[in-house]
Write a protein that binds this ligand. Structure first.
Ligand SMILES: Cc1cc2nc3c(=O)[nH]c(=O)nc-3n(C[C@H](O)[C@H](O)[C@H](O)COP(=O)(O)OP(=O)(O)OC[C@H]3O[C@@H](n4cnc5c(N)ncnc54)[C@H](O)[C@@H]3O)c2cc1C
Length: 247
């Protein structure tokens, strides 16, 4: 059984009123980019734990999680009240298969996220491996309003460093904003808007898609990709689509 260990908050950042990053130190085992860690607090005598993706590259300190305060949620509103110096619990080991090791060798990697599910992709973008392995890396971040486009400084820096290789497409559903797509990811796959915007074909011959976010987005995007014969990837049956569902 996974063991709990104490973590200590070393920094906290509010991106918006409900989007928070906590940086912390803890004695956790080495992890792969894209993996998640169970974090917890003792609430009314019970330890309440939830999974949170690490935003870090392996080996990078301090550790960081990025989450939204879910109204009425058991853990996330309480995690957000922690201040520098406060302690919480984490598992000693990280888990998850949304990692680069699991991606077949293809030219193009598409990373499609909603909301805080951009976290594991930021972790992957911080590794040397992603830039060595793929000809093109496309990051899609779907949010409701422009202020929710977190990590933009890091993304803009990656765009400068990997000019030919890296493509970033923000989707904003509730506002019309220049240079972003107004709408949702599955529709933009079906009507080809996403491919036209990036200037790359999205197909079973050259692409692998990683999806991370809410179940609605994952299901509808998987259906849109199935129309192109892009199927779920399994170790035993290689395919083109890997997923991680947050809720
Ligand atoms: C593998 C994995 C990795 C995850 N990584 C992250 C992460 O990096 N960042 C992050 O913000 N969340 C992440 N989550 C979700 C996280 O584990 C919690 O579910 C979330 O923080 C809500 O917990 P809570 O105790 O506050 O709410 P709960 O009391 O558990 O749930 C309240 C309700 O909120 C819904 N809900 C859960 N998550 C969200 C959400 N993100 N937005 C809106 N509604 C939600 C649930 O469906 C539930 O109905 C991850 C989940 C999984 C399975």
């Amino acid at each position: 059984m996974a063991q709990w260990t104490k973590a200590q908050v070393v920094a906290k950042h509010y991106w918006t009123e409900r989007l928070v990053s906590l940086q912390f130190e803890a004695d956790i085992a080495p992890f792969k980019a894209g993996q998640f860690l169970r974090c917890g607090l003792d609430i009314d005598g019970d330890r309440v734990g939830r999974a949170y993706s690490l935003v870090n590259a392996p080996g990078e300190h301090p550790f960081e999680i990025y989450f939204n305060i879910v109204a009425g949620g058991q853990l996330s509103p309480r995690l957000a009240t922690l201040e520098v110096g406060d302690a919480f619990w984490t598992h000693e080991t990280s888990n998850g298969f949304l990692v680069l090791d699991e991606v077949p060798n293809v030219p193009d990697l598409w990373l499609l996220s909603t909301g805080t599910a951009i976290g594991p992709f930021i972790s992957m973008l911080k590794t040397a491996e992603i830039w060595q392995r793929f000809e093109h890396v496309v990051l899609v971040h779907a949010v409701r309003t422009a202020e929710e486009l977190s990590y933009s400084e890091f993304i803009n820096n990656m765009l400068k460093v990997h000019t030919e290789k890296f493509h970033f497409v923000p989707f904003i559903s509730r506002e019309q904003v220049v240079n972003s797509i107004h709408g949702r990811i599955p529709a933009a796959i079906t009507n080809l808007q996403l491919e036209k915007r990036v200037g790359l074909a999205l197909n079973a011959d050259r692409s692998h898609v990683m999806l991370c976010g809410n179940s609605g987005m994952i299901e509808t995007t998987r259906n849109a990709l199935a129309e192109r014969d892009m199927i779920r990837h399994r170790r035993s049956v290689p395919g083109h689509v890997s997923t991680e569902k947050y809720f």
